[in-house]
Design a protein around this ligand. Structure first.
Ligand code: K7E
Ligand code: CUA
Length: 694
């Protein structure tokens, strides 16, 4: 054998020979080796820029017309091949209905997680996962997309614990639960009270509850009432979904909602530390004008902004939980709802004025303050949670609203107002006593100083604007490293910009959005933009950024025959050596395994009209050895990750021959990983019987 041929033979043997008894795994071994080697090299020889290196860099910079800040940004964001990011962002995927996983500081898209929309690569909805998607259907209407807004990582003691991610769908008022061990969606819950929402999802400090606030008021429970009866028949709401961490699911039987006045509730945030037990939610349009209001005289949005203030909602969720536990909720569309009256009588709900048309409501990491940003007011308004508690205790009310809800005196609970610029929206925090607020109209990120306990962390005067960094353009949310947990890291900020205009090559009239990485590591006025990342899928809203080492994702499923839905071994999963096809009248069960590079069995013969149950187990135990399984013409496509077991059901259609094949280029003999589903015509005598009957 010539050396060339023998190498080829060896590679082939390694590729096709991976079975239960043959564990040689070249790509993985190679990856580990590279990583170790790199680390050793970097430790042994920290870079020294000698004259030759400087000259080379100078040439690159000159040729590419780079400035010194560009070089610095490049060095801060570049990840040498084979190294990993320090932080992971889980970003809303907007209208794509999905979640994006992005590394920071490299801003590389690592994965899309399929949530509300079918996704073929992940085999989500074809048909595995269809049962999860169907949980989110609305009154019999199939909903197969989502407008995702706010992802929330599960928390323990107010820290991201890296176990679960929740995300809300604004368009259809739904909440999804993603297990971060395999980054797959496990559950979708449809809100039984409202069609659409906005204030989802936000968690209480130990993820006891996942908060889903509503938005556009409607009659609760999908019932009908004329818009003319808005004041009496339309209501807002906030739902508290009980999270069962052990089950990894929302427990709908232990969840409840609060009826709220028909203001448009917007965003919510849970108190923490000093303010644990409270929930803060803002609102706009407390004028309760409705679309169609004074047609021809003034438009709706102007009608919505007649007053100078809207209302911040303050909810005591521990008291609400107690009211629910003692049966104080009434069923609306089968779901327990605490009425406004009960909430007021039991001291669960009160309001306080906030500057008109607010958007963000963000509790500081120590729980001492709540920052509200009003789109039409250049200030952020900061409330003291201590003053709120005191005002509630001493009943410092300035009156009640038209629904009888007590309104706390604004001056008694307001701590400060800080002028930042035009269109402040959302606020996040760092470890240096700074807050960061997005300025939509200014297209900038404002850094400003917090007071109270935070004053000792920085040398500047508290409650003052420190600096603004322009971003491109029209920033919505922003996210800092662990920025809404009890201990933010600072370091990085990502501006989530709605418009990109000239930043990228034009992609037709529909342009990407622009995520910009901002370096917030140095105190004071230095806060440069490091990187532009186009987002060409949907419109992301919020994101959360977690330390990468807090995530412990599985690299293969824990055992062969794993059912990702139950996160346990499926006792009925097909085992190696038990592959077969069982015919029982018109019921056919296929017991199949998949391993490089074949499906067994690879010829399945059925008869037109047969009910087929098709079970497949991936026998793979090597990282990244994923197989796909598709049957053309049947809308079937599975992703079989190492160890995964799947079961699907379908009916054999028209007689014919349907090739099935592996949709992942899994090995050198991947193209050979195929088989035939042969659908035979129903027996002629059976047809005769049918005909005779007529
Ligand atoms: Cu500002 Cu839905 Cu949080 Cu969009 S929301 S930006
Ligand atoms: Cu398995 Cu390609």
């Amino acid at each position: 054998m010539s050396p060339r041929l023998s190498i080829g033979f060896l590679t082939l043997a390694m590729t096709i020979g991976v079975g239960a008894s043959f564990v040689y795994n070249p790509p993985q071994a190679h990856a580990q080796e590279t990583k170790k080697k790199r680390r050793k090299e970097a430790e042994a020889a920290p870079v020294v820029l000698n004259a030759a290196a400087v000259a080379e860099l100078q040439k690159i910079a000159t040729d590419r017309k780079l400035r010194i800040e560009d070089l610095s940004a490049a060095l801060k964001t570049y990840l040498p091949s084979g190294t990993h990011d320090e932080y992971i962002i889980f970003a809303s995927g907007g209208h794509s209905g999905q979640v994006f996983m992005i590394g920071v500081p490299s801003m590389r898209l690592l994965r899309t997680i399929a949530v509300f929309s079918p996704e073929p690569w992940q085999g989500y909805g074809f048909p595995v996962g269809e049962e999860i998607l169907a949980q989110g259907d609305h009154q019999g209407t199939e909903i197969r997309w989502g407008d995702t807004h706010h992802p929330a990582l599960s928390e323990t003691g107010g820290e991201y614990d890296g176990q679960f991610l929740f995300i809300g769908d604004k368009a259809n008022a739904r909440l999804a639960v993603i297990d971060l061990r395999d980054m797959e969606t496990k559950q979708i819950v449809k809100n039984p009270l409202t069609v659409s929402d906005h204030g989802a999802s936000f968690v209480t400090p130990d993820s006891e509850y996942i908060i889903e606030g509503g938005q556009y008021s409607t009659p609760l429970g999908f019932s009908y009432a004329s818009v003319d009866d808005y004041q009496s028949a339309y209501r807002g709401m906030v739902t508290l979904w009980k999270f069962d961490r052990a089950a990894g699911r929302v427990d709908q039987t232990k969840s409840f909602a609060l009826e709220l006045p028909p203001y448009f509730q917007d965003l919510f945030d849970a108190g923490k530390k000093a303010s644990n037990g409270l929930i803060f939610g803002n609102s706009f349009c407390v004028e309760s004008v409705t679309p169609g209001f004074k047609i021809g005289e003034v438009n709706f949005e102007a009608g919505c902004s007649q007053r100078d203030t809207d209302y911040l909602h303050i909810i005591d969720w521990k008291k609400a939980e107690a009211v629910f536990a003692k049966g104080g909720a009434k069923l609306v569309n089968g779901f327990p709802v605490i009425s406004i009256k009960t909430a007021v009588d039991e001291g669960v709900l009160c309001l306080t004025p906030e500057p008109k048309s607010p958007h963000g409501v963000d509790v500081t990491p120590n729980g001492e303050f709540v920052v509200v940003a009003g789109k039409l007011d250049p200030h952020v308004t900061i409330y003291s949670t201590k003053k709120i508690r005191e005002a509630i205790a001493s009943k410092k009310y300035s009156g009640t609203d038209v629904y009888g809800v007590p309104v706390l005196d604004f001056d008694a609970v307001m701590e400060k107002q800080v002028e930042l610029g035009l269109g402040p929206l959302h606020t996040q925090y760092d470890d240096k006593g700074y807050a960061y607020t997005s300025l939509f109209l200014d297209s900038a990120v404002a850094r400003w100083t917090l007071g109270g306990e935070y004053a000792s962390l920085h040398s500047e005067e508290p409650w003052k604007l420190v600096t603004k960094t322009p971003v491109q353009y029209n920033i919505g949310h922003l996210v800092t490293a662990e920025g809404d947990s009890v201990s933010p890291d600072g370091r990085y900020l990502v501006a989530m910009n709605k418009w990109s205009l000239d930043r990228f090559f034009p992609t037709g009239p529909l342009l990407p959005q622009n995520f910009q990485l901002v370096d917030i590591n140095s105190p004071g006025t230095t806060m440069p933009v490091l990187y532009d990342m186009p987002i060409g899928v949907g419109e992301p809203h919020y994101a959360q950024m977690i330390k990468a080492d807090k995530l412990k994702p599985w690299t293969i499923y824990p055992a062969i025959g794993w059912n990702p839905h139950t996160q346990s071994i499926d006792p009925t999963a097909v085992k190696a050596g038990e592959e077969r096809v069982v015919h029982d009248g018109h019921d056919v069960t296929v017991y199949m395994t998949a391993v490089r590079s074949h499906f067994a069995p690879d010829r399945v013969e059925v008869t037109e009209g047969d009910n087929i149950t098709w079970k497949i187990t991936s026998l793979e135990q090597s990282m990244d050895a994923t197989h796909g399984f598709c049957i053309g013409g049947y809308n079937i496509n599975l992703s079989l990750e190492p160890g995964e077991a799947s079961t699907i059901h379908f009916k054999a259609g028209k007689p014919g021959v349907y090739p099935f094949y592996c949709t992942e280029f899994c090995s050198a003999l991947h193209l050979e990983m195929l088989g035939y589903l042969v659908v035979k015509p129903a027996a002629p005598d059976a047809k005769l019987t049918e005909a005779t009957k007529q």
